[in-house]
Design a protein around this ligand. Structure first.
Ligand code: 9UX
Length: 72
């Protein structure tokens, strides 16, 4: 079953940053779709939890060079 999660992403400055994050996510196995909003600094990701976890998704974003704040 497909799930959706919205995560904060920090460190994006321009539209190319947005594309980098989206491309990194969308090219990853188990990610169905990703949409990043620069103004709100949020990424919304549709994914298959049987294939990829939220922690995996956090790592994809971090490996692309951006930050996800730890949950409080
Ligand atoms: Mo734009 Mo983002 O020149 O890492 S690609 S700031």
């Amino acid at each position: 079953e497909e799930e959706k999660v919205t995560l904060p992403v920090r460190g994006m400055t321009c539209a190319s940053c947005v594309k980098r994050v989206e491309d990194a996510l969308k090219s990853s196995e188990g990610v169905a779709d990703a949409a990043v909003n620069l103004a709100t600094e949020q990424a919304t990701i549709r994914y298959f939890p049987s294939i990829v976890t939220v922690n995996d998704i956090r790592k994809i974003v971090r490996d692309a060079g951006y930050e996800i704040p730890e949950a409080p």
